[in-house]
Design a protein. Structure first.
Lengths: 396, 340
C-alpha cells in the first residue's frame, strides 16, 4: 500500500496548548484536584480541632452499650444492645414508615387524581377541595393534627374499643393477635412459594396463547384458586400448625399480640395524605396529556371503557407521571424525618437524636445520617429510573 | 420547625468543622472584647430559663450568666441568650456559638471527659422523678411495671429510666418526644401513664397542665442530677471566672450578705466579708476582673439563696423546697470553698 502524499497546504500539528481537547482535560483535572484538596483540608482541620479541644472522635462508640429503650423495633433490641444497633433500629423504622407512606400515597393519589377528572360535578369538587387543602397546609402541622386528634379522641386502655374478643383499639395503639408459627409451618410457606411460581408460569403461558391464537383465558380466577387453594391444602394436611397470641389487659396496658403504635399510624397517615395531594395533580396532568382522540379511536375500535383506560390511556399517561412521581417519593422519604416531633423512633429521633446526645459525637453521627438519606434517595431514584425506562415509548 | 432545628445543628457542626484552632484564654479575651456574654439556655423551662412576653429572660440558669457579666463588666444586663434544645446544646458550646451553657445540664463522667467541656460547678442539685395522674392510684414508683412513660429526647433521663426498670426487673414502654411541650401534651392526651424528668422540671411542667391538681409527683428519686454551667476546655481563665461567680454567691449567702444589705456590709469589720467584697486582702486581678467583682454580683443578681427563692423557691409559682440545695450548715450540700 502506497503512503498518501503529505498534505502540504495544511499547517504543522497545532501546539498542545491550543488543542481544545487537551485544555479541557487539564482544567478538569485541576478542578478535581482542587475539590479533593479542599475535602482533605476540611477533614484534617476538623480532626485536628476536635483533638485539640479534647473531643472524642472516630466510630468506636458504635460498639458501646446504648442503655436506653426504643418504642418500636423491627429487630430484637434491648437496653443492653449497642449504639450500632440503635442505628439499624432507627433505619428500619424510617424505611418502614417511608415504604408504607409511598404505597398509601400512591393509591390515594391515583384515586383522587382520576376523581378530579370525573364528569360528576360533586366528586370533581371534593377531589379539588382535598388537593387544595392538604397541599397547602404545612406537613408538621398535619402530623400534629393527626397525632393529637387521635390521642385526644380515643379512650384509655381500660375503656378500649373491642372488636370481637381479640382486637382492641385505644389511645396507646391498635392491638391485634400475633401469629405463632408451630412446627411444620415451613411446608405451608413452601406451598405459597410453589403457588406463586405456578401463577407466574400460567400467566406467561396464557399471554403467549392469547398473542398466538387470540383465545383469552380466565387467568385471574385460576390464579386466585391456585394461590389460596394450594397453601390451604398443605396447611390442613400438616395439621394446621398455627396458633394466635391474643392481647390481654394486664396492669396498665395490653400485653401480648402485635401493637400498631399511634405514632406510626399518625405519621403514615399525615405523610400519605400530604404527598397524595401532590401525586393526584401529577396523575391528572398525565391523563390530560393523552389526547382525547385516543379515547375516541379506542371506542371506534370497539374497546370497552375499562380496557381503554387500562390499555390505551394509562400506559401513555405513565410516561408523563413517573418522573415527577419519583420526586414525590423522595420528598416523602425525607419528610419522614419529622418523626421525632411526635415521638416516632425513626433514624433522626433515635440515632441523630438520643444516640448523638448520649455520645456527643455530632460530626460522625450527622455524617452517617446524611449518608443514609442520600443512599435511600439514590436507591429510590435508580429504581424509578429503571421503571421509567421500561415504561418509556418503545419505537419499533 | 424540625428542619430549622436540624439546619441549626448542621450549622453548629459546620462551625466545629471550619473553626480555627483555639488558644488558652481565647474565650475570656473574646468575651471581654465583644462586651457581652453569649449564654446558651433552654427553650423555656420555668424557674431555670424562660423568657417573658417582653423577651426578658429569667431563671436560676439565666442568673448564672448574669452573675458572670456582673463580675466581668460590672453590669449584669450584658448578656445575650441563645435558646437551645437538649440535642443542640453541646455542639453549640463546642463550636463557639455560645460562651457558657447553664442549661439544666447534668454533670456526668462522659460529658466531662469526652466532649471537650468542663463543668464549672453545681447551681442546682436535682434528681429524676415521676409525675403521674392521681386517678391511677399509684403511690410508689415500684408499682409502675408495664407503664407507658413519656420522656424528652436527648437527656440523661432516658438512661436512668432504663437502668431503674432493669434493676427492679420491671417492664415499660418509652415514648420519646423532641421537646418538653410535646412531652406534656402526650401525657395530657393519655399516650402515657407517667411522665419522667428531673424533679424540678416535673414541678415546672405540672403548672403547665390544664388541671395541675390531677397529677402528683411520686416520692422516689431515682438518680443524681447535679446541674451546672458548662464551658469549653482550654480556657482556664474563663473557667475560673464562671466557677467563682457561683462560689461568690454561695459564700455571700453563708456570710449573710444580700443584695439589700451589701452596701452596709461593705463597712463591716468581718474579714471574711471584707475579702468577699474586695475591701482587703485578695484582689480581683487574680480572676482578671475589678476588685468589686463579687460586690457587683451580689448587688445586681443577689446571693445564692435570694436567687433560689426568687426563681424556683417560695417567691415563684414552683414553690420548691431548698432540700439538697440548702447550705451545708443548714442541712443541704451547697458548699463553696472560701475566698481568701
Amino acid at each position: 500500500m502506497a503512503e498518501p502524499a503529505p498534505d502540504l497546504t495544511r499547517p504543522a500539528r497545532p501546539s498542545r496548548l491550543t488543542d481544545p481537547k487537551f485544555r479541557a482535560l487539564v482544567f478538569q483535572i485541576l478542578a478535581t484536584l482542587t475539590v479533593v484538596a479542599f475535602l482533605v483540608y476540611i477533614v484534617h482541620n476538623t480532626l485536628t480541632n476536635m483533638e485539640q479541644r479534647g473531643i472524642s472522635t472516630g466510630f468506636g462508640f458504635l460498639d458501646r452499650t446504648a442503655g436506653f429503650a426504643i418504642l418500636q423495633s423491627l429487630i430484637p433490641y434491648s437496653e443492653t444492645s449497642t449504639y450500632g444497633r440503635t442505628f439499624v433500629v432507627g433505619l428500619l423504622n424510617t424505611i418502614l414508615v417511608s415504604a408504607l407512606g409511598v404505597v398509601c400515597a400512591t393509591i390515594i393519589g391515583f384515586v383522587v387524581g382520576v376523581l378530579r377528572l370525573s364528569s360528576n360535578w360533586l366528586i370533581k369538587k371534593i377531589a379539588t377541595a382535598y388537593i387544595e387543602t392538604f397541599r397547602n397546609i404545612p406537613l408538621l402541622l398535619q402530623i400534629f393534627f393527626w397525632y393529637f386528634a387521635i390521642g385526644f379522641n380515643l379512650p384509655g386502655p381500660r375503656q378500649s374499643i373491642a372488636i370481637g374478643e381479640s382486637v382492641f383499639l385505644n389511645n396507646r395503639g391498635l392491638y391485634v393477635p400475633a401469629p405463632v408459627f408451630g412446627e411444620g409451618f415451613g411446608w405451608t410457606l413452601a406451598a405459597i412459594a410453589v403457588a406463586i411460581v405456578a401463577v407466574l408460569v400460567l400467566a406467561h403461558w396464557a399471554r403467549r396463547r392469547f398473542e398466538l391464537t387470540g383465545q383469552s383465558f380466565h387467568t385471574v380466577y385460576v390464579s386466585l384458586a391456585i394461590l389460596l387453594g394450594l397453601p390451604l391444602l398443605v396447611f390442613v394436611a400438616t395439621g394446621a400448625p398455627l396458633s394466635w397470641d391474643m392481647p390481654a389487659l394486664q396492669g396498665f396496658n395490653f400485653r401480648g399480640g402485635l401493637t400498631v403504635i399511634p405514632e406510626l399510624f399518625a405519621l403514615t397517615l399525615a405523610l400519605s395524605i400530604y404527598t397524595a395531594a401532590f401525586i393526584a395533580e401529577t396523575v391528572r396532568s398525565g391523563i390530560q396529556s393523552v389526547s382525547h382522540g385516543q379515547t375516541e379511536a379506542a371506542s371506534a375500535l370497539g374497546l370497552r371503557q375499562s380496557w381503554t383506560l387500562r390499555l390505551v390511556i394509562i400506559p401513555q399517561a405513565m410516561r408523563v407521571i413517573i418522573p415527577p412521581l419519583t420526586s414525590q417519593y423522595l420528598n416523602l422519604t425525607k419528610n419522614s424525618s419529622l418523626a421525632p416531633a411526635i415521638g416516632y423512633p425513626d433514624l433522626v429521633a433515635v440515632f441523630a437524636g438520643t444516640t448523638l446526645n448520649q455520645t456527643g459525637q455530632a460530626v460522625e453521627i450527622i455524617a452517617i445520617t446524611m449518608a443514609v438519606y442520600l443512599t435511600l434517595s439514590l436507591v429510590i431514584s435508580l429504581f424509578m429510573n429503571w421503571y421509567n425506562k421500561r415504561m418509556a415509548l418503545k419505537e419499533r | 420547625m424540625k428542619l430549622k432545628r436540624i439546619s441549626l445543628l448542621a450549622v453548629a457542626v459546620a462551625g466545629v468543622v471550619a473553626a480555627g484552632s483555639a488558644t488558652a484564654g481565647a474565650t475570656f479575651d473574646a468575651v471581654k472584647k465583644k462586651g457581652f456574654v453569649q449564654c446558651g439556655v433552654s427553650t423555656g423551662l420555668p424557674g431555670f430559663s424562660v423568657s417573658d412576653d417582653k423577651g426578658n429572660w429569667k431563671g436560676i440558669d439565666v442568673d448564672a450568666c448574669r452573675a458572670v457579666a456582673a463580675a466581668l463588666f460590672g453590669d449584669a444586663s450584658k448578656v445575650k441568650y441563645t435558646p437551645l434544645n437538649a440535642k443542640e446544646r453541646f455542639t453549640a458550646l463546642q463550636s463557639g456559638e455560645i460562651d457558657m451553657l447553664p442549661r439544666n445540664t447534668t454533670w456526668t463522667y462522659t460529658r466531662d471527659t469526652s466532649l471537650g467541656l468542663n463543668f464549672a460547678g453545681v447551681n442546682y442539685y436535682d434528681g429524676q422523678g415521676f409525675l403521674i395522674s392521681k386517678k391511677l392510684g399509684v403511690k410508689s414508683a415500684k408499682e409502675l411495671s408495664g407503664a407507658a412513660i413519656c420522656i424528652q429526647a436527648g437527656t440523661t433521663t432516658e438512661l436512668n429510666l432504663a437502668d431503674y426498670f432493669r434493676a427492679n426487673k420491671m417492664e415499660y414502654t418509652a415514648i420519646t418526644y423532641d421537646s418538653s411541650d410535646e412531652t406534656i401534651k402526650g401525657f395530657e392526651a393519655g399516650r402515657c401513664d407517667v411522665l419522667t424528668s428531673d424533679q424540678s422540671q416535673l414541678y415546672a411542667l405540672r403548672i403547665k397542665l390544664q388541671k395541675p391538681d390531677d397529677a402528683v409527683v411520686l416520692p422516689e428519686v431515682i438518680s443524681k442530677e447535679p446541674l451546672g454551667p458548662v464551658v469549653r476546655q482550654g480556657d482556664d481563665e474563663w473557667f475560673n471566672l464562671v466557677r467563682w461567680s457561683l462560689f461568690a454567691q454561695i459564700n455571700a449567702e453563708e456570710l449573710g450578705v444580700t443584695s439589700a444589705n451589701v452596701d452596709e456590709k461593705s463597712k463591716s469589720t468581718d474579714p471574711n466579708v471584707q475579702r468577699l467584697l474586695g475591701g482587703e486582702g485578695v484582689k480581683g486581678e487574680f480572676l482578671g476582673v475589678g476588685d468589686k467583682w463579687a460586690y457587683n454580683i451580689i448587688k445586681q443578681v443577689g446571693n445564692y439563696g435570694e436567687m433560689f427563692e426568687r426563681n424556683v423557691g417560695q417567691g415563684s409559682p414552683l414553690k420548691i423546697e431548698r432540700g439538697l440545695n440548702a447550705l451545708w450548715n443548714k442541712g443541704g450540700i451547697q458548699y463553696a470553698p472560701p475566698i481568701r
